[in-house]
Design a protein around this ligand. Structure first.
Ligand SMILES: [Cu+2]
Length: 294
């Protein structure tokens, strides 16, 4: 069975309790009855207060983090500014500051100076690198883009890219079929500068080089990587590692990238897959599928 309340009471502690909670001359029977009924507080019972204070004082010099001691000038329990200064002096190895608020009592946040106290505490937190509270930042709602990948250059490649953007992270999932089995397929997010929408190149992009007639400039009739660039722009994000297509010509891909700047808004960009066997062998850079990101 636990010790009763009265078992723990020493005469010294009882004197402290009497002085703290009761007027001089309070009826001893009332004091005894109410003391016995006193609830335990979260730190143990109130009678542990004195020994806790003693222990805290003994360990105060071990504290090394910054501390602000704040008190009210009209505090009837702890006369200020002497009390906050006495506390600060105990923490001899910590960087300490003191603040005393005029026309303020013991409960700092329950007086008309509350705003002043709040501002001083906020300023101290700011000065010590705590910054604005997390809850003032915008919530991070994921943006999801589902992109249809349509064939270029008669490749027969079809697929989907799913782009999930949240905070500074971009998850990319690509599933495509009709690719060259066993070959590596470069894949990128392409885009144009500023607000210009990148688009997938139309078949006549094949003769856009230098404005020459198609037969002269591009006898192969294929849209090369460079010929597609006026439509889709340069590479903004290589979706590495580039996958090899499975023996049946399928690619499945899943990676996460940190993104910022141009890529924080993907809605003007395109996804391009590359790699096709032409007469001269495997042309790794030729675009074979493209999809505009909505
Ligand atoms: Cu590309």
């Amino acid at each position: 069975m636990a010790l009763s309340y009265s078992d723990k009471v020493t005469s010294q502690l009882l004197a402290f309790v009497n002085a703290f909670f009761y007027r001089p001359g309070a009826d001893p029977d009332v004091v005894a009855a109410t003391t016995a009924l006193r609830n335990l507080d979260p730190c143990g019972d109130v009678l542990s207060y004195m020994s806790a204070v003693q222990s805290n004082i003994e360990h105060a010099s071990e504290v090394k983090v910054p501390i602000l001691f704040a008190g009210g000038e009209k505090d009837a329990l702890y006369p200020q500014p002497a009390a906050v200064q006495a506390q600060a002096d105990l923490f001899s190895n910590a960087p300490t500051e003191t603040a005393t608020f005029p026309a303020t009592g013991h409960a700092l946040l329950q007086h008309k100076t509350e705003q002043q106290v709040q501002e001083r505490l906020s300023q101290w937190l700011d000065d010590h690198g705590f910054g604005p509270p997390e809850r003032t930042r915008a919530p991070q709602i994921p943006q999801v883009h589902v992109v249809d990948l349509a064939p270029l250059n008669g490749s027969g490649v079809h697929g989907k890219a799913i782009l999930i953007q949240r905070g500074g992270q971009l998850r990319v999932i690509i599933i495509a079929r009709g690719l060259e089995p066993g070959q590596p397929h470069a894949q990128h997010i392409h885009g144009l500068d500023g607000d210009t929408n990148a688009v997938c190149p139309s078949p006549d992009a094949a003769d856009q080089i230098a404005g020459l007639p198609q037969e002269a400039s591009d006898p192969d009739r294929f849209i090369s990587l460079e010929e597609g660039q006026p439509s889709y722009g340069p590479v903004l994000l290589p979706l590495t590692p580039f996958p090899d297509a499975a023996p049946v010509g399928i690619v499945t891909y899943h990676e996460t990238f940190p993104v910022s700047g141009d890529l924080s808004d993907l809605s003007d960009e395109v996804v391009v897959l590359h790699g096709l066997t032409l007469d001269g062998g495997y042309a790794a850079s030729v675009p074979v599928a493209c999809g505009q990101i909505d």
